[in-house]
Design a binder for this molecule. Structure first.
Ligand SMILES: [Zn+2]
Ligand SMILES: [Zn+2]
Length: 170
């Protein structure tokens, strides 16, 4: 998979948002929290994740590029709040009382647990196959190998060859 390149201007916008929100937290707690590391390596359909021990925020580069400032305004503070909650309260429920308070009272944002981005571009597509005993989902890569006649796949349970269910779209 190719690494998605994030334009410098967008990376700067991420850092501006991060620093502005971090500043609010520093003022509120009178603590010089270190700046979290931002990594553009989140895979799959998650917009971002907070790595509490590593003090790191991983952002999904594809969703960032597609949603730009909506993504930044929503995901960066959300993940930062997870780090701050961990630093101040330890291991508590991820979107519980402490997190909601951190979002609302400290970072001055509405606390919504989930993001509403369209994820179709990062959803991995699979293709339905059938053996004798069950249905299977093959990845695009395997499906293409079957179509090109390069590979065939067998069910590990019944040993039968998998057949593509052509008219079932999933
Ligand atoms: Zn969260
Ligand atoms: Zn089977």
């Amino acid at each position: 998979m190719n690494r998605t390149r994030i334009p410098i201007a967008l990376q700067q916008a991420v850092m501006r948002c991060l620093r502005a929100k971090l500043q609010l937290a520093r003022q509120h707690f009178a603590i010089e929290f270190p700046e979290p590391k931002i990594v553009y390596q989140q895979r799959g359909t998650s917009a971002g994740t907070a790595w509490l021990q590593a003090w790191e925020i991983r952002l999904n580069p594809v969703l960032l590029l597609e949603n730009q400032h909506t993504f930044i305004d929503e995901v960066v503070p959300h993940e930062l709040a997870h780090l701050l909650v961990f630093r101040q309260f330890g291991q508590v429920s991820p979107h519980g009382r402490e997190w909601r308070w951190m979002m609302g009272s400290v970072l001055q944002l509405p606390a919504s647990r989930t993001h509403q981005f369209a994820v179709s571009s990062v959803q991995s597509k699979t293709f339905p196959y059938q053996c004798v005993c069950q249905q299977h989902q093959l990845t695009v890569r395997r499906h293409n190998r079957v179509l090109r006649g390069e590979s065939e796949y067998r069910c590990r349970r019944c040993g039968e060859k998998l057949q593509f269910l052509a008219n079932e779209n999933s």
